[in-house]
Design a protein. Structure first.
Length: 164
């Protein structure tokens, strides 16, 4: 009985100390996957900002045409891009300044939800000024954003369409 008890007690210790033959194989798989992750495409800060600029433009034309559904879509696209910057561009110091845009975006979102034309225009001006303030703060003051005068695309209708 004594030997059985000793044997039962010793087996877990022996099993824990036994070399794992799969460790090297698993490590190779981890290294291979890490190499693939390191080579995966990751949009840069500029790509995100270019997308935001397009959505900023489209947001303006949707709002001034009181196409609130499109305006809501565009404001959410901007928010999504800013979230992506926060996720994928953590190595860029500019990312730390992105938060200054949150309140102006929320003010526009509120105006859109209320279908408030005057509130939208006012909030959009503040948003545009905040973009420029951020650019100044991050040493990108050469990138000046304005209220758009022309739609970004000639193949999109921004006026609200009659439902027939």
């Amino acid at each position: 009985m004594k030997y059985w008890l000793l044997l039962i007690t010793a087996i877990p210790f022996w099993a824990c100390n036994a070399p794992d033959q799969n460790t090297a194989s698993l490590q190779r798989q981890i290294d291979s996957l890490q190499a693939r992750i390191n080579k995966a495409y990751k949009p840069g800060f500029g790509e995100f900002m270019s997308g935001i600029q397009v959505h900023h433009n489209k947001l303006w034309f949707a709002g001034i045409n009181q196409n609130w559904a499109l305006a809501d879509f565009e404001i959410n696209e901007i928010k999504e891009s800013l979230d992506d910057i926060r996720t994928y561009c953590t190595d860029r110091p500019e990312t730390k300044s992105i938060g200054m845009i949150d309140a102006p975006l929320q003010n526009i979102a509120n105006a859109i939800q209320q279908k408030n034309d005057t509130g939208f225009k006012s909030a959009f001006k503040v948003l545009t000024a905040t973009c420029n303030t951020c650019h100044q703060a991050t040493q990108h003051g050469f990138n000046v954003i304005i209220i758009p005068s022309l739609p970004p695309f000639s193949n999109q209708e921004f006026r609200l369409q009659d439902k027939k």
